[in-house]
Design a protein around this ligand. Structure first.
Ligand code: GLV
Ligand code: MN
Ligand code: MN
Length: 393
């Protein structure tokens, strides 16, 4: 089970070439760069002796014969993504599958939520039907049904989850803890829950020079007031680990001399407690409705997407902890994940677990995202050791 660190790092750099931009990547789900990367990966899987299978969503599997342990993550990226987010888990899985018998590999599709929230693994694990997923729309108005046409004749039918005995995903931390504390490995205890929806305020588009302030129905003013009111009203409900983000805003018609008629924006919030997520949803909806009424604009809520928090499997976690202590003695910790991962969905179907390596400066979802080579290799070695202990072969 001697993994080849040089081959692993070379594969990671090769994958980085697809959609490369500066130090990062632009490889959103179903883009040309994403599909080219998947085709390259399929070739590497076949060379490793794995049976290659795309499903209808474009999730890509490299399958070992018989029952196997599933390892992997995703190879799609954020609109401005780092080179390691997801890629690390897939390429580490590939290297381990070359060396440990009974290991299969997966790259899930649209983990980064061009359309939904971890869409590919959500559909694969039965959390969302393919028909429901097909109706999801990205920020440019493209449906998933249209986007996934690029899969074409690659699609080879469903991949049965019954053949897998468990799932392990290695990932960069994407936060500051490991780097700040000088630790090399994090073994994940649980993954946070998330809620995500699009809200639209619709006012009256009008002339920015002639429309008196008191007669305006300005959709941006409503959005601005909503954000301030929300921050205020959430204060008594949240914990230091709770987060919320307005990350995408589209103003219409987005011109200097026009009172904005429409503001369409995403609101996303995350917490480890489902009841708190629900209380936050009520506050979001009530606040948006009140602010809309006060500004004379309409308010529309899009579909509510989300995933509940999940705990990692104890047996798999213990194998990762043993491997972490062997590879990085005294230099690892157990920790929760504030980022979302495919492991949340896969845990519906089988025992699941995760491990983290540090993100330099805690930066991720940014071209600057990076991890020291020694830490990448330590993550690979922990994964390989744990896989050798857990593989059914
Ligand atoms: C996944 O990238 C997330 O948003 O946590
Ligand atoms: Mn990721
Ligand atoms: Mn990500």
């Amino acid at each position: 089970m001697d993994v080849d660190a040089g081959r692993f790092l070379a594969d990671l750099q090769a994958l980085r070439g697809f959609g490369a931009q500066g130090r990062g990547v632009v490889r959103p789900a179903y883009s040309d760069a994403d599909m080219a990367a998947r085709d390259w990966l399929a070739g590497r899987m076949a060379e490793a002796g794995l049976r290659v299978r795309f499903d209808a969503m474009g999730n890509l599997f490299g399958l070992a014969e018989g029952p196997s342990l599933l390892l992997g993550s995703h190879t799609d990226s954020q609109p401005e993504g780092g080179w390691l987010d997801g890629a690390l888990g897939v390429i580490a899985a590939l290297e381990v599958a070359r060396c440990v018998p009974g290991v299969s590999v997966v790259s899930f599709q649209d983990e980064e939520g061009r359309f939904g929230v971890t869409t590919g693994s959500n559909v694969w694990s039965g959390g969302l039907s393919l028909a429901e997923a097909d109706g999801l729309v990205d920020h440019d108005g493209v449906t998933l049904a249209d986007a996934r046409r690029v899969i074409g004749d690659r699609a080879g039918g469903d991949v049965d989850a019954e053949q897998f005995t468990g799932f392990v995903e290695v990932h960069i931390e994407q936060g500051p803890k490991l780097d700040a504390e000088g630790l090399q490995i994090g073994v994940v205890t649980d993954i946070v829950g998330i809620r995500d929806m699009v809200v639209t305020f619709a006012g009256q588009q009008n002339h920015a020079g002639t429309t008196p302030m008191h007669l305006r129905r300005d959709a941006f003013q409503a959005l601005s007031a909503f954000n301030a009111a929300l921050n205020d009203r959430l204060r008594n409900v949240v914990t230091p680990r709770t987060v919320w983000t307005i990350g995408h805003v589209s103003l219409s018609p987005n011109a200097s001399s026009i009172v904005p008629g429409r503001a369409r924006f995403s609101v996303q919030w995350r917490d480890a407690d489902v009841d708190r997520l629900a209380r936050m949803e009520a506050i979001m909806r009530d606040t948006a409705a009140e602010i809309a009424a006060a500004h004379g604009v309409g308010c529309d809520f899009g579909p509510m997407l989300g995933l509940d928090p999940v705990a990692m499997n104890g047996t798999l976690r213990a194998a990762l902890e043993d491997a972490a202590e062997a590879v990085a003695p005294g230099c690892w910790c157990a920790m929760p994940s504030g980022a979302l991962h495919d492991a949340t969905n896969v845990a519906r179907k089988m025992p699941g677990a995760m491990l983290f390596v540090p993100s330099i400066g805690g930066i991720s979802h940014d071209f600057a995202e990076d991890t020291a080579e020694a830490d990448l290799v330590a993550g690979l070695q922990v994964l390989a050791r744990a896989a050798a202990a857990l593989s059914p072969s």
